[in-house]
Design a protein around this ligand. Structure first.
Ligand SMILES: [Zn+2]
Length: 154
């Protein structure tokens, strides 16, 4: 769903680490920092125009925030996607570990840094600009895509 505006950005509370990782993989800038307390989350949300995703009723009252009521990841993803109109975008995938931007890594540079099987089977590799983690479309990727497809988020 695109309305021409920039994609929404999020800050997830300390209960929502899995949701944060999945939103990053879908292409959404999502801060998840266990060091942030509730006032810290509110402050960051205002300063950076982020929507708050939270399991906390009080934080859930902040403008634009979403109170996540369910425990399971798929329900959480579905609720978040419906509320903000989210869809997977391969061109915007972010690092699931740190929320950094992924940059293209030429295949010749991936050599020796990824397993030989992955190198042989793929043409496209990415590197996190922040933490350096490498990504490619392997078995793990297919599992992620299957799950997103099941939720109609692809
Ligand atoms: Zn990273």
């Amino acid at each position: 769903m695109t309305d021409g505006g920039p994609p929404p950005r999020f800050v997830a509370d300390h209960m929502l680490g899995s949701l944060a990782r999945w939103l990053r993989m879908m292409g959404y800038d999502t801060v998840y920092d266990k060091a942030l307390d509730d006032p810290g989350i509110s402050k960051l949300a205002r300063a950076e125009n982020r929507f708050i995703l939270t399991r906390d009723k009080e934080l859930g009252k902040e403008p634009g925030s979403l109170l996540i009521e369910k425990d399971d990841l798929e329900s959480q993803l579905r609720a978040t996607a419906q509320r903000y109109g989210l869809r997977f975008d391969e061109n915007r995938i972010r690092c699931s570990a740190c929320n950094g931007d992924l940059v293209d890594l030429p295949k010749e540079e991936a050599k020796g840094k990824v397993p030989d099987g992955a190198l042989a089977a793929n043409q496209k590799f990415w590197r996190c600009s922040r933490c350096g983690k490498l990504y490619w479309k392997g078995t793990h990727w297919n599992g992620i895509m299957d799950r997103l497809r099941k939720l109609s988020l692809v």
